[in-house]
Write a protein that binds this ligand. Structure first.
Ligand code: HEM
Length: 243
């Protein structure tokens, strides 16, 4: 086993641990945070199934962002949709055998990489060109955009210009499941791609990327508009009310 293989195996075990444990702790924290008030953004659904439908529109179409700002919506949506297809395409490195839907998505996934990077470039331009957004942009905003852009560009370069041995990449990752280390190709672009991905996994539970799970815990979106039919009492208030 080469030093490089050992190093990247350790890095990915560590990154996976930070991602899974960090994310679980955050989700538990979100789930336990009290929502003492009825504050759905109106007009809001009056039934539970209506809320599920509203959430689905929010997740798939970014509905409230669409209402808020069309430019941010178009770039944000293109980036996320591209990322979604790219992620589906990447499952071929982690699943054996590769399920048919993942096989069928391959040609779309490869071009989705361009959509992803174009969307990210638009979101970066917005932070530079729109005065009121530039004013509130912090280094971490640029860091995360830059990280994602570099991951996308290094991946696209591998797909179109400087190929790597994807069969060995797959054996390496499948080997990690069983603690059976297989050699990782030493191509600089692949190593850069993987290093940045591990970085992304590590910062995920401590960054604004938490908006992904956070959306589901947002009281303005996940509450039913039924305060007239049913009195809303937070659990702690319920305890105070009992004689
Ligand atoms: C451990 C996880 C990952 C592995 C093993 C991996 C591996 C690879 C490999 C080997 C390629 C080249 C494919 C080819 O030559 O056909 C590639 C391409 C690419 N990767 Fe990754 N990658 C990972 C995670 C990610 C993540 C998290 C993103 C996005 C944030 C990403 C974005 C891309 C893009 C946009 C491409 C080019 C388009 C494509 O071929 O799908 N990768 N990746």
């Amino acid at each position: 086993m080469s030093f490089l293989t050992g190093l990247f195996a350790f890095l990915f075990y560590f990154a996976a641990l930070v991602l899974v444990v960090g994310l679980a702790l955050k989700v538990i924290q979100y789930a336990r945070t009290p929502a003492p008030l009825k504050i759905p953004t109106t007009p809001a659904p009056t039934t539970q199934s209506g809320v599920v439908f509203r959430m689905a529109r929010e997740v798939v179409l970014f509905e409230s962002l669409f209402r808020g700002n069309k430019w941010t919506w178009i770039f944000g949506w293109v980036f996320h949709f591209g990322l979604f297809l790219v992620t589906l395409r990447h499952l071929r490195y982690f699943l054996d055998p590769v399920p048919l839907p993942i096989q069928l998505i391959q040609p779309f996934g490869i071009y989705a990489g361009f959509a992803m990077v174009a969307g990210l470039a638009g979101l970066w331009a917005r932070r530079v060109l729109v005065d009121r957004v530039r004013y509130i942009s912090a280094p971490s905003d640029y860091l995360i955009l830059g990280l994602l852009i570099l991951i996308g560009l290094s991946g696209l370069t591998m797909s179109f210009l400087v190929h790597t041995d994807v069969v060995s990449v797959k054996s390496f990752f499948l080997g990690l499941y069983a603690f059976n280390l297989q050699p990782l190709p030493g191509d600089p672009l692949l190593l850069l791609h993987l290093l940045l991905v591990a970085g992304l996994m590590i910062i995920f539970p401590y960054s604004k990327l938490l908006h992904a799970p956070g959306l589901f815990f947002s009281p303005t979106r996940n509450q039913v508009d039924n305060p007239r039919e049913r009195r809303h009492i937070a659990p702690w208030a319920k305890r105070l009310e009992q004689p």
